[in-house]
Design a protein around this ligand. Structure first.
Ligand code: TXA
Ligand code: MG
Length: 346
């Protein structure tokens, strides 16, 4: 499954800085042994999951977790997701796992679903930003699961990007943003889902979607009935990290109301399209998420396309909306928040 050895690549950093040589390691058995030793000794490691790359530390080591916040420039009020490799670890993190949480875990784990449940006393406050709940997920990725199992501890991990910037779906995205701040980057190729996990808070009788993501909300409702959707407001105590402006490229993003609304004659703009249009477009400045309009493929390509456009010599990114069903709900959530800055609000 794993390649034999780590490889060394040279990539220019985005702000014009050049790192001589930064390491991205292919996940050989030797690299995985080194990675688990790093986690056990309080280090931080970027690793692939099926959604996006995470930046992980031992969830029970508050000093290691603090290094994650520092590396990302992430505010301490924004709690982290704890990643587990088997269901017994949920018992160490949660004080209660009710029936609905158990059913969702049974159906969607390993997979792109995060459950917010009452936390046990063992979970350090820095992980949960002082909340009495903890977010837990079991990723559907062999490298992530091996890293958690080998380390012998749940791993707290946000997405491995600088705070507020586009999430990484390739090892090189991590390298470009925070490569000089992490102990190791494990390369697992491109992320198959491409948008972050769906976050559901199970709270008494209520089930609230705090973030749409890799598991379509329709599939969750089919299992546990109607769920509420949390409003996107800064400082919401229910979801403190859910900011209106997020996932932002350096370039302003404008969300068009439809393909016909996009002015393709603008030479200073790049275009992010859902599907291949029936007319000619400036190919060198256009990213097409899915030629045939497949929402799963579009989600897998979203962040990578934004990263690509953000490096072009243009002044704005104009995005076509996608249908709001299935993974389209998560894609539109990310596009709206990327566009928030473009509307002149910060
Ligand atoms: O797919 C994913 O979920 C990826 C991969 C690496 O697993 N992780 C990820 O983490 O997207 P992050 O930190 O970028 O986003 C986690 C979100 C934040 O908005 C945070 O506020 C929310 O989860 N969160 C974490 N713990 C919470 C809690 N106890 N209550 C409410 N929201 C919570
Ligand atoms: Mg994130």
């Amino acid at each position: 499954m794993y390649n034999r050895c780590g490889r060394t690549v040279e990539i220019p950093f985005i702000h014009g800085r050049k790192e001589k040589q930064a390491r991205i390691s292919s996940p050989s058995p030797r690299v995985m042994r080194k990675a688990t030793a790093i986690i056990r000794s309080g280090g931080i490691i970027a690793f692939p999951t099926e959604t996006v790359y995470g930046l992980g530390a031992d969830a029970f080591n508050p000093i290691a977790v603090a290094r994650i916040f520092e590396a990302k420039n992430r505010p301490l009020f924004d709690p982290l997701i704890v990643h587990i490799a088997d269901l017994s670890q949920l018992g160490a993190l949660a004080s209660v796992v009710d029936r609905r949480a158990g059913r969702l875990a049974g159906r969607f784990w390993p997979g792109p679903l995060t459950l917010v449940v009452p936390k046990s006393e063992r979970v350090p406050d820095i992980v949960t930003a002082g909340l009495d709940t903890v977010a837990v997920r079991m990723p559907d990725h062999l490298i992530a699961l091996d890293l958690i199992k080998g380390s012998g501890t749940p791993i707290a991990a946000p997405s491995a990007n600088r705070f507020g910037y586009i999430s990484p779906t390739k090892a090189t995205h991590v390298l470009e943003q925070i490569g000089d701040r992490v102990d190791m980057i494990i390369d697992g190729g491109g992320c198959s889902v491409g948008v972050e996990s769906t976050i559901i808070k199970i709270d008494g009788d209520r089930s609230v979607v705090l973030r749409p993501g890799g598991v379509p909300i329709e599939e969750i409702e089919a299992m546990i009935g109607p769920v509420e959707t949390a409003p996107v407001t800064a400082g919401d105590p229910e979801s403190p990290g859910r900011l209106p402006s997020h996932y932002s490229p350096r370039m302003p993003v404008f969300l068009a109301s439809g393909i016909r609304d996009i002015d393709f004659s603008r030479s200073d703009a790049g275009f992010l399209l859902f599907r291949k249009p029936e007319f000619e477009v400036p190919v060198e400045r256009t990213e097409i998420l899915s030629v045939d309009g497949d929402l799963n493929e579009a989600a897998a390509n979203l962040f990578s396309s934004l990263h690509h456009l953000d490096k072009m010599p243009i002044r704005a990114i104009i995005a076509e909306p996608v249908p709001e069903k299935g993974l389209g709900i998560a894609i539109m959530d990310r596009l709206r928040r990327a566009a928030h800055r473009g509307e002149g609000e910060t």
